[in-house]
Design a protein around this ligand. Structure first.
Ligand code: PLP
Ligand code: SF4
Length: 274
């Protein structure tokens, strides 16, 4: 963050503001209907994939977080030492990929993660372990040798998806953590949220893609905002999103252009906006 700059794009992501208390039509506490798609902390929306709510803890509180009102107290896969969640996954051979989410799964300690990954690896139908995390960006020291060894040694194919919205989030220590993760994962990807006054311009998004690629990360998704209560002031329209993607296509190689998507509950996957 730049000192004395109230418009700093990193500050704006975490600064609580009075406008969050406005109630806006179309915005609610469970915009993705996750409570109706989940039991025992396992959210199942898409074929082949199950998402685990491993913890409610995060290294940062993004003010636009779509799980800001998530009922972690009752919807946590970590309950009863992950037993019900793991039983559910093992009982459905259609699940080939497990996504560790939360909160941020790297809030768990290495010992607990090692145990969880070992138990997942014993499920024969599972082929892929995915980790959705913002730790490498917020607290890059979390990417320590033990964690890297864990990801490196599992029989599962590993995908790490980080969450970065602006190139200024990637300083040298973040870049170092990302380069380490690149060595131990089958794929290292980034997802961003399109946020008003933060990254809703082609220059910032272009530089973000370039900076990520410097660190071995490919852009994956650019999400239109999930309409959670208190986040309406971050919303960017679909039309604006489309024209930003057009601008990126004109500047960048195809592999550095993220997919613009919206999450619509009930759809078979994220919905592409084209
Ligand atoms: C986004 C999401 C996934 C992953 O979707 P991909 O398109 O494979 O990245 C899986 N499960 C849930 C519940 C999700 O919200
Ligand atoms: S890192 Fe992700 S889960 Fe955590 S507060 Fe930010 S958006 Fe929410």
């Amino acid at each position: 963050m730049r000192r004395r700059d109230p418009q700093d794009p990193l500050l704006l992501q975490v600064l609580p503001r009075g406008r969050e208390r406005e109630s806006v039509a179309g915005f609610g506490d469970d915009p993705l209907a996750e409570t109706s798609f989940g039991t025992a902390g396992v959210v199942r929306k898409y074929a082949g994939r199950a998402l685990l709510i491993t913890t409610g803890a995060c290294p940062v509180h993004c003010r636009y977080c779509f799980r800001r009102a998530f009922p972690y107290a009752t919807q946590l896969a970590a309950r009863d030492d992950f037993e019900p969640a793991l039983r559910m996954i093992a009982g459905d051979t259609g699940i080939s990929e497990v996504i560790l989410s939360g909160g941020d799964p790297l809030s768990l300690g290495n010992a607990q993660l090692a145990d969880l990954i070992a138990r997942l690896a014993r499920i024969p139908a599972l082929r892929t372990l995915r980790v959705h995390t913002r730790f490498p960006i917020m607290i890059p020291e979390r990417v320590d040798d033990e964690l890297l060894a864990l990801l490196d040694s599992t029989r599962l194919r590993t995908v790490v998806v980080v969450h970065t919205n602006h190139p200024a989030e990637i300083d040298d220590s973040v870049a170092g953590a990302l380069r380490h993760l690149r060595r131990v994962s089958n794929a290292l990807l980034n997802q961003s949220v399109l946020l008003r006054d933060i990254n809703d311009n082609a220059a910032a998004l272009t530089e973000l893609s370039e900076r990520l690629f410097d660190c071995g990360v490919l852009p994956y998704y650019l999400h239109l905002l999930d309409r959670v209560t208190g986040a309406a002031h971050f919303d960017v329209t679909e039309t604006q999103g489309r024209s930003l993607i057009d601008a990126l296509r004109a500047r960048l190689p195809g592999y550095l252009v993220p997919r613009l998507v919206r999450e619509i509950p009930g759809e078979p996957g994220k919905t592409p906006i084209t």
